[in-house]
Each structure stands twice: as C-alpha cells, then as structure tokens.
Design a protein around this ligand. Sequence first.
Ligand SMILES: C[S@@+](CC[C@H](N)C(=O)[O-])C[C@H]1O[C@@H](n2cnc3c(N)ncnc32)[C@H](O)[C@@H]1O
Length: 244
Amino acid sequence: MEESKLYGKQWASDYDETDGDVGDETTSTVDVLAELAAGGTVLELAAGTGRVAIPLANSGLKVTASDASEDMLAILKQKDVEHAVDTRVDVLPSVGAGDSFALICILLNSLWVMRSAEEQLEFMHNVARIVSPHGTFVVEMGVANPQKWIKPQTVSYRKAPAVRSTTWNPVTQQVTHTMRFEKDADTLFHERAVHLRVVTPNELLLMAKIAGLEVTALWQDWDRTEFSADSKRMIAVFKIVASA
Ligand SMILES: C[S@@+](CC[C@H](N)C(=O)[O-])C[C@H]1O[C@@H](n2cnc3c(N)ncnc32)[C@H](O)[C@@H]1O
C-alpha cells in the first residue's frame, strides 16, 4: 500500500483517542486561525479527522479539508454533522489547482509526512501558488530533539499505552516511529509505524523564502508566545511576498 494512505488505514479508527489527542489546545488553535482567515476561505492540508477543520467551519468560515487518506476523511465526515466542511483528496506535495485561499494551514507536524526535502520544498512552492494575494499560510511543527529518540519510550495515549521505538537518520532527517500497543488494548493494529522527514525551524524559513513566502510571526504556542531558542514547537505565519 502507498505510504501516504497507510497512515489512515492504521490510525483512522482510533486516531482521535490516540495520535490526535492534543487535549484542550484545539480551541485556541481554531480561534487564532479564524482571526487570521478574516472571513476568507480556508484550506487545511493533511487535515486528518477534522480536529480543526470542523470547528473552524462551524465558526462560519468556508473550509476545505484535504488529506491523502479516504479513511481519515471518512471519520471527518461522520463527525461533521452540520456538513460544514468540503473535503478532497490531495497527496502532498500536490495541493490541487484552481481555487485560491485566504488561509492555508498544515498543523501538528503534518509537513513532515513528505519524506524528502525536495518534496517539502515543492510543497512550499505549490502553496505559494494558491495563497490569495493578501492571504496567509500557517505551519505548526515541533522542534525535534533526536536525543529523545535514542531509547524506546512508553508513550501514554489516553486509551492505549504504547511502547515507541524510533529510527533516526541524521543525514536525510527521516524518522520512523514504531508504536507497539499493549496486546489487550482495543486497537485494530497492535503495531503501527509513522514515517516522517523532520524539518528544522531554520530549514522551514529557508524553504518558505525560496518559495516566495515572507514570515510575519513566529510563535511557540497558540497564545502567540514568541518563538525562542528554547521553544519545543514552531508556529510560523507567512504572507506571500508582494511582487515588485
Ligand atoms: C498527524 S495526522 C493529521 C493531523 C491534523 N493535521 C490535525 O492537526 O489534527 C497526519 C495526516 O497526514 C495524512 N497524510 C500522510 N501522508 C500524506 C500525504 N502525502 N499527503 C496528504 N496527507 C498525508 C494522514 O492521512 C494523516 O491524516
């Protein structure tokens, strides 16, 4: 099976209780994104099960959620009782063509699902083509600390504790996390792997610049605390560079 679809096959059925459980943060995420959209159209890429897309659409915005996985989008549609979100399948780095959007976002490390720097750069160019002239692009990603990946860790998911082992390639920046869930846990797949390519903060800013995107804010959380050398996460807000 294609890697881009495998994630959804393995995670969709219990994603909201396991990998996608980010506690109460979603409310502040949605509030900030709604403000940045300023009433315009929104495209969320690799939107998963609609954690953000659904409340954003319920706030009155026109939201399109795209993902490579039909399985993830099927859960989104089940949860979207108001039928507020438009969904479509895009396999990144492709982001579709035609429509432009006032706000485009990719959240929770989803930029890392592309497995090479070349694909990630192509993605940034593709996004720059479909952000409307005064529009905004938002990336949320962690600041990876590969030291933490040396030893297997017990990861505490709300319903299904798992042991996570990781392989890290410092040359390609590719990382594979393999989760082994307890045998009696109520999960369809006892072993699941997530394949990513880490983007460092500096790389993100460089890729964006090459693609013609100008950074306008860097935060470490959705309360807009300024990003610093100690931050564990980067939320980067970009505008398209106005052509001369
Ligand atoms: C961490 S989950 C999404 C989380 C979601 N952005 C959120 O904030 O709740 C990563 C998503 O990326 C999707 N995905 C994986 N590879 C992809 C690709 N090449 N193109 C588009 N989506 C992909 C998966 O199906 C999954 O829904």
